[in-house]
Write a protein that binds this ligand. Structure first.
Ligand code: PAN
Ligand code: ZN
Length: 191
């Protein structure tokens, strides 16, 4: 018998990065799960905890922690603000600190915040087609500065893991807030 050409194990919508397939998992992060992330605690408390801040589609062809494999995902950050601060992801270092990652913009507009282990922070603009190399030893967070959903693709080593603890303690030195209708970086309200 000759070999068969099989269907792909996963499919991606080329426009918005939506993933489908058996090994695709989808998760949701609500405001209620983001305590301590935003600077304005009063504004945070006034918003419904069930408000969706971001969703993630993740294609895991191998189990997390597997050495030598890759994971693939699309993050969708909703438009919105807590006080003047734009909706964003929690952000993390990889547990295995030397593991890097690629991000690329698909839809919407935003900012990628990156921070090294010395707390030095940089910010890159994310737009459809923008490509971002996140080196190892670098925490990363996505911020939606637009008024539509920000969709961003990602690919990272399957043994990278996520360390949210360090970010929860020290935060990022820069925040992205709206001033006169435009996104600006600020050091104010540092966690
Ligand atoms: C991304 C992120 C995703 C959600 O897939 O996990 O944007 O952000 P948080 O993990 O910070 O909640 C990634 O960077 N994976 O390594
Ligand atoms: Zn990551």
């Amino acid at each position: 018998m000759s070999a068969m050409i099989s269907a792909p194990r996963a499919v991606m919508d080329l426009k918005n990065g939506a993933l489908s397939g058996e090994a695709v998992a989808k998760s949701v992060k609500t405001l209620g799960e983001l305590h301590g992330v935003f600077a304005d605690t009063e504004a945070f408390a006034s918003l419904p905890g069930e408000t969706v801040v971001y969703r993630v589609h993740m294609y895991a062809p191998v189990a997390e922690q597997t050495e030598g494999g890759l994971l693939f995902g699309t993050s969708y950050v909703q438009p919105g603000k807590v006080g003047g601060e734009y909706f964003m992801t929690k952000g993390h270092f990889h547990q295995k600190r030397d593991r890097g990652e690629f991000y690329w913009g698909l839809e919407g507009r935003g900012v990628l915040l990156m921070m090294d282990e010395q707390g030095r922070c940089t910010a890159e603009e994310v737009t459809p087609g923008s490509l971002h190399y996140i080196p190892g030893f670098t925490a990363h967070r996505l911020v939606n500065t637009g008024d539509v959903t920000l969709a961003v693709g990602a690919c990272w080593p399957s043994d990278a893991g996520h360390d949210y603890g360090s970010i929860a303690q020290t935060g990022f030195p820069l925040r992205v807030v709206e001033r006169n209708g435009l996104p600006v970086l600020t050091k104010e309200g540092r966690a």
